[in-house]
Design a protein around this ligand. Structure first.
Ligand SMILES: Cc1ncc(COP(=O)(O)O)c(C=O)c1O
Length: 366
């Protein structure tokens, strides 16, 4: 048995139901096909999850942390906050943890609702988190994308009026995979944040070479950056994310949590801490994603399916010229995709899975 297999046995991964095929992904540059849940054999290309993770270091740390789950995780929480702060070039007081970045988006929405008014976001962007807006009494204003499916920052800026309290920027944008030029985004934030809160969602920033905006919060009390361990770090089911913001803004957001930083388990905290230390995993996932994404886009274009260049781990494409029933083809092949986001042009999205998964996806469409 290889050292790696011995190591896996030692860390007891059998307990959490991970197969060896899955683990050996990290021994080989090209992963073997695997599904993370032995009871669910569907190919899940719907939620932009990481098909390779959690990282080996995170798996070990999480397994070990089960034994200390009888205790509250104050020590681990502060250790994690210190490491997150360091990675983001800010101080501990600029960080607030949540159960996924969804909790952070929620808090930002509640915070905005206290001030009454409206918030601006793109049409089409990630907007599941906005469903409480109506109940909270704040109105959503949507601004169309540009023709090439990018956020229209100029139009978003122009749309600010005396009722506007917040602007949401998803960068890279979900579902389109487009990215804002950093300089343009920084100027936009400088202008917009004079009047309103700018909430920047960097869920997919690790799949790009663009530098995070997180350290701008030191000088800007109206900027909130939301980050997650769900995507690059493969901890979607672990539910852990965080806000980076100015000290005073973090304080305001934390007042909306009954236990500030308290919604994250010891197990997820251990996973997040270990993930941040596993640079190899991050590099490997980055390059696998680039390679598989390139293959998928090329194959989709051969099938006459137009794709938007993607800066993320998913691809946005038009089914206008595709003659078969796309969703039926997926269903017949046990593949789960998402939906049509824009009726005009029949735009849909697919997550970049493993190479084997994407070969199956392409074969299903042929
Ligand atoms: C842009 C964006 N933000 C936030 C989230 C929420 O992620 P989580 O709550 O798992 O951190 C997602 C999930 O798909 C997303 O696509």
């Amino acid at each position: 048995m290889s050292n790696r297999r011995n190591w896996l046995k030692q860390v007891g991964l059998g307990v959490v139901g991970l197969g060896l095929g899955q683990i050996e992904t990290f021994a080989n540059p090209i992963p073997n096909y695997f599904v993370s849940n032995p009871n669910d054999t569907r190919i899940l290309l719907r939620s932009n999850e990481n098909p390779y993770g959690p990282s080996p270091l995170a798996r070990t740390a999480m397994t070990e942390s089960i034994n200390i789950s009888n205790r509250y995780g104050w020590t681990q929480t502060s250790e994690l906050i210190t490491l997150i702060a360091k990675k983001n070039n800010v101080a501990e007081k600029n960080i607030l943890l949540g159960a996924g970045s969804t909790e952070i988006l929620d808090l930002a929405l509640q915070f905005t609702a206290l001030k009454k008014g409206t918030f601006i976001l793109a049409e089409t962007t990630y907007d599941y988190w906005t469903s409480p807006a109506k109940t909270l009494g704040i109105k959503k204003i949507t601004i169309p994308l540009t023709a090439d499916k990018r956020l229209n920052l100029t139009a978003m800026l122009k749309a600010i009026d005396s009722d506007t309290k917040m602007i949401y920027i998803c960068n890279p944008n979900n579902p389109t995979g487009t990215i804002c030029e950093r300089d343009e985004l920084v100027s936009f934030i400088q202008e917009a944040s004079k009047k309103v809160i700018v909430l920047v969602d960097e869920a997919y920033i690790d799949f790009t070479n663009q530098q995070s905006l997180s350290n701008l919060v030191i000088e800007n009390k109206n900027l909130i950056v939301a980050k997650t361990f769900s995507k690059m770090y493969g901890l979607a089911g672990g539910r852990i994310g965080y806000a980076v913001a100015n000290e005073s803004t973090i304080y305001e957001l934390s007042q909306l949590q009954s236990w500030p930083n308290g919604s994250v388990s010891v197990v997820s905290t251990a996973g997040a801490l270990a993930s941040l230390k596993d640079e190899n995993f991050k590099k490997e996932v980055y390059s696998l994603n680039e390679k598989v994404k390139k293959y998928t886009i090329e194959q989709l274009e051969h099938l006459n399916i137009t794709c938007i260049p993607s800066h993320s781990n998913f691809i946005y494409f038009s089914l206008s010229n595709y003659k078969k029933d796309f969703f039926e083809q997926l269903e017949k092949n046990n593949i789960v995709g998402t939906k049509i986001y824009e009726e005009q042009g029949k735009w849909s999205r697919i997550t970049v899975g493993t190479m084997q998964e994407m070969e199956m996806f392409i074969n299903a469409l042929r």
